[in-house]
Design a protein around this ligand. Structure first.
Ligand SMILES: Nc1nc2c(ncn2[C@@H]2O[C@H](COP(=O)(O)OP(=O)(O)OP(=O)(O)O)[C@@H](O)[C@H]2O)c(=O)[nH]1
Ligand SMILES: [Mg+2]
Length: 693
């Protein structure tokens, strides 16, 4: 499927400097026109002859057959092109919240987030999320209002709702003119004609905002009433870096209005890798890690970050990375993370959609790929010196996948292959997870939404030819305790010759939610010999992992072993495993066990007329409303918290209530105690299942 271009020897050495590089990710809600805009930019810059369209299925970025079937992006895709004296790396990301993982990954590779808004539908769920995520990564943000050619758009109103939602620092950097057929710049241009507002006012507002970050320039401005664009450049970048300015520009990807202007904004005003906020790296592990900044200096040691993996069935593993420091050269040697042995960069590529173009070297700011490196992992740091071991990029925060489906192979014997393929899918998508539940003997796949799950299933069946049965998974309940208790077991067996003996006294106590599990050894005087303590813990873990009262893993407790007895001949590992297991089960019963269930944050977008239905839906699902918010002219978003167990059929329910006009998204919030009656039910189900066995 992927295409490799140019044999070794033919490739070109990039002839631009780091200062000439611009990197940007097109992010935003689904169907805002990001993929179409990428085509328009590529065509205008001369990188492709004519722009393709998502309708015809011939765009550079939506090259996956599944993307063509669905008519929207499922994966991020990379392109690069030259404009004026700059070299632009652009990442087109999918806008559906289900594929947010791809968009968040892309944020780690760029200086600028171009948040695309559909002029027809206005601010949407993923507009707000991407604005927030890009801000959290300290990216320079720009807003691109696309589809200005479409019917029934009210641009002045949209601009003011953008300013209301994201702040007064969202200022137009250009404006539509001649009925949206043209776009007029307001940054370099102090005056001119526009369809609404005025170029003069927009220019003044921009300059006012920019000089606020530079006192000296502010003084000149106040004195002379004007400053020239060269003087404004550095403070403009500073204002972008600090989020003090979020330029807004207008385009129509369809008819090309605003496209050359957007290219100019990228070339003349978007930060180069030395002007953006420096990429946040950490040296060291865990709490000891100290933050430092990579330097975009081509002469320093290499630091590159793998923000995307592609597991291609034919080509194998492709690691897509952004160079943050140093120069990655073909035929050089690099380390992956803390690996002791380096790999050789046999091939180095620049990407153009599905095409991989060989190159000799990548500089700070460049985005490229290496193939066939088995050790490469998502989020790995590539470097060329052991001084750079234990270095990570500050971790990206991904939403936790909550939508689950239990999968089973139809053919016996396919199980192993299913695990292998699922593992591959996990590697390339940080928001996709596979779980094995020994208690229920279920393999559960989890993704961010129904569509996300469906695309993974289609990949499994179509690409990997696995025949699967699916059903709703059991909810991932947890067990825990609500008070301290003591447990004891004297395990003694005499079968013929050698016996088994082990005795354990332990105590369990609750820990705060989310604290997990702690094991403490307080045995004195070797009454349980040190060599057997791991056996006791193994037994404890066995009991906790498989659940005590309802077959779900136990969490948030401390287990302290403090006494016991051993026998010189009959004490063996197995005896202490058994004693540990039974002692903890004994204690559990006396510790007022409770069950916990996952609670999720839910956002439901629906036309205003259905707000009442949405609030009562949440209330009837043991949920709580946290608020409602106007999304766009007609759409109201209702937010709340609901137990995940109540949402099993919500997709269908929402569809039938709103006639298909509603959408929702969930993200994991926390675990909370289940009501007593439900706990009873879960416990008796478990008992019945066990008796059946
Ligand atoms: N009228 C009009 N339609 C546009 C414009 N740009 C894109 N479209 C249409 O909007 C639809 C969505 O375009 P895409 O480019 O797939 O949007 P996207 O943002 O990449 O969507 P996702 O990949 O799902 O995030 C398509 O039908 C496009 O033809 C535009 O400027 N004007
Ligand atoms: Mg797209």
């Amino acid at each position: 499927m992927l295409k490799f271009i140019m044999e070794k020897g033919e490739s070109i050495m990039p002839n631009y400097s780091t200062e000439a590089i611009r990197t940007a990710a097109l992010v935003g809600h689904g169907a805002t026109g990001k993929t179409t805009l990428t085509e328009a930019l590529l065509a205008r810059a001369g990188a492709i002859k004519t722009p393709g369209s998502v309708e015809r299925g011939n765009t550079v970025c939506d090259y996956d057959p599944l993307e063509r079937t669905y008519g929207h992006s499922l994966n991020s895709a990379l392109v690069n092109f030259a404009w004026r004296d700059t070299h632009v790396h652009l990442i087109d990301t999918p806008g559906y919240p289900d594929f947010a993982g791809q968009a968040i990954g892309a944020l780690a590779a760029v200086e600028t987030a171009l948040v695309v808004i559909n002029a027809q539908t206005g601010i949407e769920l993923n507009t707000r999320r991407m604005m927030k995520w890009a801000q959290a990564r300290r990216l320079c943000r720009m807003i691109v209002i696309n589809k200005i050619d479409a019917e029934n758009v009210n641009l002045p109103e949209l601009l003011s709702s953008i300013q209301q939602t994201f702040g007064k620092e969202c200022l137009p950097i250009n404006l539509p003119a001649h009925g949206g057929k043209e776009i007029v710049d307001c940054f370099f241009n102090p005056d001119g004609d526009s369809d609404f507002s005025s170029v003069k006012a927009a220019h003044a507002a921009l300059v006012d905002q920019v000089v606020e970050v530079d006192e000296a320039l502010m003084a000149i401005y106040l004195e002379q009433g004007e400053v020239n664009p060269e003087q404004l450049h550095a403070p403009f970048e500073k204002a972008l870096r600090e989020g003090h300015l979020i330029p807004v520009c207008f385009v129509s990807a369809r008819n090309g209005a605003g496209v050359p202007e957007l290219l100019d904004i990228l070339a003349l005003l978007a930060p180069n890798p030395t002007e953006g906020n420096p990429p946040p790296f950490l040296r060291g592990e865990g709490a000891d890690a100290a933050e430092f900044h990579a330097e975009p200096d081509p002469g320093k040691h290499v630091l590159a970050h793998v923000f995307k993996l592609i597991m291609d069935p034919y080509v194998g593993k492709l690691g897509i990375f952004r160079v943050h420091q140093g120069t990655v050269k073909r035929d050089s040697q690099l380390f992956v993370g803390n690996s002791t042995r380096p790999f050789k960069v046999a091939h180095l590529y620049l990407l153009q959609g599905k095409e991989y173009v060989e190159t000799d070297a990548l500089r700070p700011g460049d985005i490229g790929a290496v193939s066939k490196v088995e050790e490469i992992e998502f989020d790995a740091v590539l470097h060329d010196s052991h001084d750079e071991d234990h270095i990570h990029l500050r971790p990206l925060e991904f939403p936790a996948p909550m939508h689950g489906l239990a999968v089973e192979t139809r053919k016996k014997g396919d199980e192993q292959r299913l695990f292998e393929v699922l593992h591959k899918l996990e590697l390339e998508d940080p928001c996709f997870r596979m779980e094995r539940h020994p208690a229920t003997n279920e393999t559960v796949i989890r993704a961010l939404g129904e569509l996300h799950l469906r695309t993974k299933l289609e990949k499994l069946t179509q690409q990997y030819k696995l025949e699967l049965d699916t059903r709703p998974p059991r909810i991932a309940y947890r067990e825990t305790i609500s008070r301290k208790a003591e447990g004891h077991c004297r395990h003694k067996k005499q079968t013929g010759g050698a016996g088994q003996f082990g005795e354990v006294y332990l105590r369990i106590e609750p820990l705060p939610r989310g604290a997990g599990y702690e094991f403490v050894d307080q045995v004195k005087g070797g009454v349980i010999p040190t060599v057997f303590i791991p056996a006791v813990e193994k037994g404890v873990r066995m009991a906790l992992d498989s659940g005590v009262i309802a077959g779900y893993p136990v969490e948030d407790l401390r287990v302290t072993v403090y006494d016991g007895k051993s026998h010189a001949v009959d004490s063996k590992e197995i005896a202490f495993v058994s004693a540990g297991r039974k002692a903890v089960i004994d204690a559990f019963a006396k510790a007022a066990p409770i069950m916990l269930e996952p609670i999720v944050n839910i956002d439901i977008d629906a036309p205003e007329a259905y707000v009442g239905d949405m609030t009562s839906e949440i209330a009837s699902k043991r949920g709580q409303i946290t608020g409602t918010q106007q999304r766009s002219a007609d759409i109201i978003s209702t937010s709340g918290q609901v137990p995940l167990a109540e949402l099993a059929d919500f997709q269908n329910r929402l569809r039938s209530i709103t006639g298909g006009q509603g959408s929702y998204s969930v993200e994991f919030s926390h675990y909370a105690q289940v009501p007593a009656q439900m706990q009873q039910q879960l416990m008796s189900q478990f008992k019945a299942a066990r008796e059946e066995e």
